[in-house]
Design a protein around this ligand. Structure first.
Ligand SMILES: [Zn+2]
Ligand SMILES: [Zn+2]
Ligand SMILES: [Zn+2]
Ligand SMILES: [Zn+2]
Length: 249
């Protein structure tokens, strides 16, 4: 909880959450807090009256939260996040008719809500990546087997051609054509899986870092990210039936 004693040796620690300062903001009395912690404190303090530094009780202004936290139109602190319009609102913005019919969570509620959703999504996608990687490994094994098989047939063809057996040679070259087709289908599938893995990995990285650093300024990014789509064919790829290769036969 809030320690009221002057604590100079631990300047990198937020007096409210007792953790490493995240996006430090300084009150007018030069005490440092995490932006989110101070915003939460402000929320409660405003309800009960004046804003005082949680450490030394000196008054401070809403502006200390910084640029992104102040509504330029009304010069008041943002308090809510409008899910529908994807924007932050101050008390006066809230009054405007367009928001009357919306439900507007407080910024803190929106942050924790989006954090949960982002986390849920990247965890699920991480599992999907795992499955895709497994599939890709299987396909690669099949491809390798196909290629080895192709090599064997080539050798066989050479042996047969040395003995001038026309009929047998035809059969073998037909088999070779079929195998080449299988091989390129296999290669295309592997490529598709690699692309999907790369695309989802990027998305997971974005989701993860956004969830970690989520604050009022990145709420809109968060809601956009949740909408950013995974590869269209993800479900299809994940339910891929094992293609009939020489291994499966
Ligand atoms: Zn803090
Ligand atoms: Zn202070
Ligand atoms: Zn406003
Ligand atoms: Zn609204």
């Amino acid at each position: 909880m809030v320690s009221l004693q002057e604590d100079r040796q631990e300047e990198a620690v937020c007096p409210i959450c007792q953790e490493h300062l995240k996006e430090a903001v300084s009150t007018d009395c030069k005490h440092l807090f995490c932006r989110v912690c101070l915003a939460q404190h402000m929320e409660k303090a405003l309800a009960s009256g004046a804003l005082c530094c949680p450490l030394c009780r000196k008054p401070y202004s809403e502006g200390v939260l910084g640029e992104g936290y102040i509504c330029h139109k009304h010069q008041k602190r943002f308090q809510r996040f409008c899910e529908k319009s994807k924007c932050l609102l101050c008390v006066e913005c809230l009054e405007s008719p367009e928001h009357q019919s919306h439900s507007e969570p407080t910024i803190e509620t929106a942050i924790s809500h989006y954090k949960k959703r982002l986390t849920h999504k990247f965890r699920k996608l991480r599992k999907d990546i795992g499955k895709l990687q497994q599939l890709k490994a299987q396909e690669e094994e099949k491809l390798q087997a196909l290629q080895e098989d192709c090599g064997n047939h080539k050798l066989e063809a050479e042996l047969v051609s040395q003995h001038q057996n026309k009929g047998q040679l035809d059969i073998i070259s037909q088999q070779q054509v079929g195998q080449l087709e299988d091989t390129s289908a296999e290669e295309a599938r592997i490529l598709e899986l690699s692309k999907a893995i790369a695309q989802i990995s990027l998305l997971v990285a974005d989701l993860e870092s956004t969830a970690k650093e989520l604050d009022a300024n990145t709420l809109t990014t968060a809601s956009d990210l949740l909408k950013r789509s995974t590869p269209k064919n993800l479900d299809e790829l994940l339910s891929l039936p094992a293609p009939a290769g020489p291994v499966a036969n």
